[in-house]
Design a protein around this ligand. Sequence first.
Ligand SMILES: Cc1cc2nc3c(=O)[nH]c(=O)nc-3n(C[C@H](O)[C@H](O)[C@H](O)COP(=O)(O)OP(=O)(O)OC[C@H]3O[C@@H](n4cnc5c(N)ncnc54)[C@H](O)[C@@H]3O)c2cc1C
Length: 395
Amino acid sequence: MQDNIVIVGAGQAGAQVAQSLRQGGYAGSIRLIGEEVHPPYQRPPLSKKFLAGETDAEGLWLRPSAFYETQSVELLTGAPVARIDPARHEVMLATGEPIPYGKLVLATGTRARRIPLPGVDLGGVLTLRSIADVDRIRDGLAAQDSLAVIGAGYIGLEVAAVARAMGKAVTVIEAQDRVLKRVVSPAVSAFYEALHAAKGVDLRLGTGLAAIEGEGHVTGVRLADGSVVPAGLVLMAVGAEPNDDLAVAAGLETDNGILVDGGGQTSDPDIYAAGDCTRFFLPRYDRSVRLESVQNAIDQAKVVAQSILGNEVDYDPLPWFWSDQYHIKLQIAGLSDGYDEVITVGEPAEDKFYVAYLRQGRLIAVDSINSPRSHMMARKAIGEVWRADLLPAAA
Ligand SMILES: Cc1cc2nc3c(=O)[nH]c(=O)nc-3n(C[C@H](O)[C@H](O)[C@H](O)COP(=O)(O)OP(=O)(O)OC[C@H]3O[C@@H](n4cnc5c(N)ncnc54)[C@H](O)[C@@H]3O)c2cc1C
């Protein structure tokens, strides 16, 4: 085992690697380096309770401040890493300071994608990934009456829900013909479309964009048909890109994500990676994936720690995820793409149901709406045996 471990990226996965190394008995040096000024924090509340003002920044911290000291984890915040030199076993901070490593872990997460539209650099055109982003969105919502959200994925819809609760006029513009199309079945999309419409969101589906309009500050979004949606604030919520640039520049194998094996090891045996920034083969679904979820960040980080400690591991998780919008909790177990049969159980009209996705008769995923019991049973049913008949009869 190496006695000098450096973790780049002080987020969900980075913090977990540090903790799991200590839990596994590793006594050497751990440096956890993050570019943000905050200690590692949870991102899911950013588009939910934190944006709504129901929790403060400290409520997001993943570990109490004392953790880093008591566990002898040297936490460097506000310290972007600019370069990796695998031959010298060194990372270079943006300040030019070199930091040597025995083993290196990349846990750099993702960044929000921006569509290169005319007007995208206007004031009031924002994305959401960090506490700093939420501060900007909050200030914008305080000053403006209208919000246009570009992209009807989880983050866009969650922000739309919070902004409606604040009484803002909200338009959601989506290129696809239904919301959440990449991740859920038409029945679940229809449920969310009805929910947002009932809450007063103006949903524009199957709608292309031409430009963002304004002088200095955004005033609206021009659609492909020439019409303009007035907006004092625009949130671009069109997905995320992996922060794999350091890995690319260091010559590691990447493919829209840092490629890692079942033990979290990259193409360099002394460099590991975990969380949103990785791509790996998922045996359970027989394909390569890049997962953006807390589940993956935590579980893959544990795997990386085990590998560094010299234990053999083969990562094959059952992915799971959740989203909170208004009074509705969606919980997703498994990956549904490629399904050929859908079974809906329970009553969408009562805001409580689940949808099971099957491929060739085998259960591959379940979306549970306000039905935590179905979600937990689904995780068991898919995780262990892939059998739909083990799900509850009613949601
Ligand atoms: C608004 C929002 C809502 C979400 N909601 C959910 C949800 O409901 N459920 C769910 O399961 N998941 C959700 N997610 C996803 C979840 O938060 C991520 O999957 C998880 O944070 C990934 O952890 P990570 O450690 O890989 O990346 P992150 O937590 O993003 O941490 C990466 C860190 O690395 C830092 N970094 C990057 N490059 C460098 C560098 N060169 N030098 C130093 N530091 C660097 C970044 O600044 C960042 O702090 C949400 C994400 C967002 C943004």
